[in-house]
Design a protein around this ligand. Structure first.
Ligand code: G1P
Length: 269
């Protein structure tokens, strides 16, 4: 079945980037004049996604406004002969809808809110913190692998030992070049991570995941974790980790955000 739906969870507080995230959602941080979430939505579209659900929270209305037309501004530009600026206002020509997560209870809870939207189809998840720069979109690669293995696929990336505690980390056996059959997953392992392969913010999942999300208990940070639901699912279903080759920038890290800006600035010249 063609993967046409994607969930983008964008409801978190962005605590790593406070105080600016008190008023500006991290997903709206500018990258070459566009908000970060614009890159994520475009990655989804390039990968063949036609319907997107963005999970937001109370202080994220800016995201909803960004993906809406501003007729007032369009009229202003037309009346003032600034037609050339109108293309800058173009919004993606696909179906985007929003749902609010009332309480910040974690990524697992945010994805759970997407159940009625997904409606029993395989679907993608893109975490908007992780921006990938590569020729083939990361999600496209995962969708390709999903169709080959006919099972859940998670994007993973090798990470330095001392940083593994910040991620979901997989254990598994390598089945082909850059593809691992996952045997265990641990969210933010504080000691003895099972490998150096960290979950990298892109997933293609079977809708059965909702059964496991329904019964997941609070895990790392007291939150309902998608990683824990995936681990529970391993008892019944296969899950693969596909290594992603592009450079990944975590925009919740000030250092990586600036590295991304610097890289795109120089690549434009
Ligand atoms: C989330 C996931 C984690 C994953 C990470 C990638 O964590 O829970 O498994 O490795 O995204 O960015 P967060 O960064 O939201 O704490």
């Amino acid at each position: 079945m063609k993967i046409k739906k994607a969930i983008i969870p964008a409801a978190g507080y962005g605590t790593r980037s406070l105080p600016i995230t008190k008023v500006i959602p991290k997903e709206m941080f500018p990258i070459n004049g566009k908000p970060a979430i614009d890159y994520i939505v475009r990655e989804a579209i390039t990968s063949g996604i036609t319907e997107i659900l963005i999970v937001v929270s109370r202080n994220k209305n800016m995201i909803i406004d960004y993906f809406d037309r501003s007729l007032e501004l369009e009229n202003f530009l037309k009346q003032n002969n600034k037609q050339h600026l109108l293309n800058k206002l173009s919004i993606p020509n696909i179906h985007i809808q929003f749902v609010r997560q009332p309480i910040a209870r974690g990524l697992g809870d945010a994805i759970r809110l997407g159940k009625p939207f997904v409606n029993d189809e395989p679907f993608a998840v893109l975490l908007p913190d992780d921006i990938f720069i590569e020729k083939e979109s990361s999600l496209q690669k995962l969708i390709h692998v999903y169709h080959k293995v006919n099972s859940n696929v998670i994007g993973v990336k090798k990470v330095e030992d001392d940083l593994l505690k910040n991620y979901g980390v997989i254990d598994g056996k390598q089945v082909s070049h850059q593809l691992h059959e996952i045997t265990n997953l641990i969210e933010k392992p504080q000691v003895s991570p099972p490998s150096n392969l960290a979950v990298a913010g892109r997933y293609v999942l079977h809708p059965d995941i909702f059964t496991y999300l329904q019964r997941v208990k609070p895990g790392s940070g007291g939150e309902l974790q998608l990683t824990d639901a995936l681990k529970d699912m391993l008892k019944d279903k296969k899950c693969y980790g596909q290594e992603l080759v592009g450079d990944r920038y975590d925009i919740g890290s000030e250092k990586e955000y600036f590295e991304l800006l610097k890289r795109l600035h120089y690549e434009q010249l």
